[in-house]
Design a binder for this molecule. Sequence first.
Ligand SMILES: [Zn+2]
Length: 352
Amino acid sequence: MIDGGEAIRKLALNVARYTGLAPLARPFVGGIGAILMLHRVTATPEKPQSVNRHLNIAPTFLDAVIADMKADGYVFVSMDEAVERIKAGGKGGRFATITADDAYRDNMTEALPVLEKHGAPITIYVAPGLIDGTADLWWDVAEDIVNASGRLILSTSNGPAVIDCATPARKAQAITRLHAYLATEVREEDLRTVLRALASSNGVDADATRLRTLMNWDEIRTVAAHPLVAIGAHTINHSNLKRLSEADARREIDAVKDMLRAELGSEPLHFAYPYGYASAVGCREVGFARDAGYVSAVTTRHGVLRAEHAGFLHALPRISINGRYQNLAHVRTMLSGVTTPLANAGKMVVTI
Ligand SMILES: [Zn+2]
C-alpha cells in the first residue's frame, strides 16, 4: 500500500507532458530498465470510487502497458534476471520486471492470464501476517469505518478529536485524517488494537476485505508454483519499519523468510519495504535488508533503473502503474526517465 509522493509524480508528469520534454529528454535521463509496481489488477473493483482506487488497474490496461513497452523494445524478465542486468550495467537492452505488493487474489485470477499471454514474469511480495490475519489491510478498513460512521472520536495526544463523517465531502476529509492518525500518531505496535476498536464500535468487520481480496496460503502455493511467478517478502506484519525498534525491524525482515519457507518450501530472495516511502524506509532499513541476505529490495520511490543501481540493490525505485491515470502516455512519460529527476529534487539515481 502506498500513496506517498503521488502529487509530486502527477506534477512531474504534467510538466513533462505539457512541455513536450519526454521524448527529447530520453537520451539524457532514460534508464536501463524499470521495475513496475502493481497492487490490485481487476476489472470489477468492489469500490470503484474508493480513495484507494490508485491501487487498482484493469487487466486490459496491464495488457496494453506490456504490449506498448514490448513494441518499444522492452524485454520482460524475472527479478533475478533484472538484478543480473543491473549488475551488467544494462548490457543486453532495456528491460522491465513486474512486481505486485500484498498478494491480492486478483493477481492470480486476473493479472496472471495477461502475464501468460506476454510471457512476463512477476514477483509477488507477501506479508504473512496479512494472510494469517495477525495484521490488517488497515487502509481499507479505515475507509470502511468512515463510510459506516457519521462521527468518529479519535484519542490523540491533545485529547479527543471529533471527526465529522456525515456527508460525502466530510467522509473524504475524514478518511485522509484517519489515515494520517493511524499511520503517524498511533504507535506502530498499537495500530491493530486502535483500528479494531474503531471497527467494532462502528459495526465494521475488520477481516472482511482482507479475506475477500487477499490470497490464502493454498492460493499462494498454487501461484508460487507457476513458472512466471516468484514470491518475495514484505515483512511479517506489513510494518512501517522506520517506526519500529532495531530489534523489531530486523525481526520483521529476517523472520519472514522462515515463515515463507515453512509455507512455501523455499526462501524468498527478494524484499519489498511496506509503504516504501521516505517515512517508512531509510538507510537503517536498507542495511537491515542487506544484512538479512536478500538479493534485492524495492521501495515505492519513483524512478527508472540506472547502471549505478548496481551499488544500491537494496534501495531500488519503481514505476507505479497508477489506477487513477490508466493512460499509456503517462506510462511512456514515466518510462522516458524525465519524471525521475522531476519527482526527486533533481536526482537521476533514485535510492532512498
Ligand atoms: Zn504493501
